[in-house]
Design a protein around this ligand. Structure first.
Ligand code: 5AD
Ligand code: SF4
Length: 456
């Protein structure tokens, strides 16, 4: 096989995988390869996810689909969490795969590509914490909203979750590395930075500084308009971080705080190390700090031992919180995790039925939240062109997609009035500027009244 000249990276799963996919693309481009559509690329990187369902099976069928009409295949690299979990098993089952590279080793992709070009099969699933970041090239120009990984891995060992095994132990990137990357992203045009980590709010540096101090430092960077962070664990919502939601201007009023279940018994079986009351108390304090904050979450239904009563407790916590948005999943046994062999596995039809009920409730809350923003004046960050002439699509402070007719450039912040709301997007108009609102345009989504119905 000859050395590839073009590549395509396909990322599945979470935002951290999207970030990793971007970094792999930057790395390959720095090595002289050009991006290309999947069908025509010499090298295809499948950046896989292992969190749920038959992840490995999906990867194998995707590999099969890469075969060209003449029977040949591009050079194929399997990256991400399936690569980490399955390792050498992948080329054994799918001989078309040339490279297997784990999430902590992808800085070595150029060497692995060179080895594969010489006909050697290349595998690297080492987990040297953090060394990849130092070996990656500078950030390149990209859209107005950028991801920045500050923390990786997890020590919490929830009994359903593969992350502690595929991403390794919890590690935080050093302060200076994060600030340098943030500056490079801003120089490359980023207006919004989302700090990423499996447990991002557990970020801590060697001097004992926590995420809120990082956020305060980012807030001072000229050119940056918005800061977000995800995903957080309830136990790591420190007093300081909660306070930052009320004090830091650029920190957007949105918090993704998964709880997974509304039953204390199920939470214990999940090894979540928090209960329903403590979760609700954290949200109460966050809402005291920032009354218009939008709350988002993750839920697992049909965890082993989840009775109808326990599931109803989940519906109950959803009603109590009143989410702006939430993700819900059927429990999926992950090989090697404790829950996979627990008694009381819930039959798929029961899981399906519960998922439907939960999603109906969540969808209704999301629509109600979106409707409650109608009539508000707020800023949107323009991210891309819409389908209609003159239409642009941006994000509100509450992470909603907002359509507006405006000639404002991509990457600008525009003050709008929300006029219509659907389940997944909003429409806005550009109001005549008011003296007072002109002052508050810019980065600041000034504190708004709490949303009607938000329990606190
Ligand atoms: N089955 C179903 N959902 C899962 N998640 C993590 N592991 C599993 C699993 N084995 C969900 C959790 C987590 C989100 C990223 O994925 O809700 O917060
Ligand atoms: Fe997985 Fe739990 Fe860690 Fe989140 S906190 S990554 S769900 S083990």
């Amino acid at each position: 096989m000859t050395a590839p000249r073009t590549f395509h990276v396909k990322s599945y799963g979470c935002q951290m995988n999207v970030y990793d996919g971007e970094r792999m693309a930057e790395l390959l481009q720095a090595g002289g390869l050009a991006p290309q559509e999947a069908g025509d690329a010499d090298l295809v990187v499948l950046n896989t996810c292992h969190i749920r369902e038959r992840a490995a099976e999906k990867v194998y069928s995707e590999i099969g689909r890469l075969r060209r009409e003449d029977g040949s295949s591009p050079m194929i690299a399997v990256a991400g969490c399936v690569a980490q979990a399955e390792g050498a098993e992948i080329p054994r089952r799918a001989p078309a795969v040339d490279i297997v590279v784990g999430p902590q080793a992808y800085h070595r992709l150029p060497d692995l590509v060179a080895a594969a070009g010489e006909g050697r099969r290349a595998l690297d699933t080492d987990m040297p914490p953090l060394s990849k970041f130092a070996a990656l090239p500078a950030r390149r120009k990209q859209g107005p909203s950028a991801f920045l990984t500050v923390q990786e891995g997890c020590d919490k060992f929830c009994t359903y979750c593969v992350v502690p095994y595929t991403r390794g132990a919890e590690v935080s990137r050093p302060w200076a590395a994060v600030m340098d990357e943030a500056r490079a992203l801003i120089d490359a045009g980023a207006k919004e930075i989302t700090l990423l980590g499996q447990n991002v709010n557990a970020w801590r540096d060697d001097d004992g500084r926590g995420l809120e101090q990082l956020i305060v430092a980012l807030d001072r960077l000229p050119g940056l308009a918005r800061i977000r962070y995800t995903t957080s664990h309830p136990n790591d919502m420190t007093e300081g971080l909660i306070r930052a939601h009320g004090e830091v201007e650029k920190l957007m009023p949105y918090l993704h705080l998964p709880v997974q279940s509304g039953s204390d018994r199920v939470l214990r079986a999940m090894n979540r190390s928090h209960g329903v009351e403590s979760y609700l108390r954290v949200l109460e304090r966050v809402r005291e700090a920032r009354r218009d904050i939008a709350i988002s979450g993750d839920f697992i239904v049909g965890f082993p031992g989840e009775t109808e009563e326990a599931f109803e407790a989940t519906l109950e916590i959803v009603r109590a919180v009143n989410y702006a948005q939430a993700y819900s999943f059927k429990y999926s046994p992950r090989p090697g995790t404790p829950a996979a062999t627990m008694e009381g596995q819930v039959p798929p039809p029961v899981q399906d039925e519960r998922l439907q009920r939960l999603q109906a409730l969540i969808n209704a809350q999301q629509l109600a939240f979106n409707r409650a923003t109608v009539g508000r004046r707020t800023s949107i960050l323009i991210e891309r062109q819409g389908k209609k002439a003159g239409q642009k699509i941006g994000k509100s402070p509450w992470l909603q997609s907002v359509h507006a007719i405006t000639d404002a450039d991509i990457g600008s912040l525009v003050e709008v009035e929300i006029v219509e709301a659907g389940p997944n997007s909003l429409s806005a108009t550009l109001p005549a500027p008011r003296a007072e609102s002109r002052r508050s345009a810019g980065a600041r989504a000034s504190q708004m009244p709490a949303f009607a119905g938000a329990a606190s």
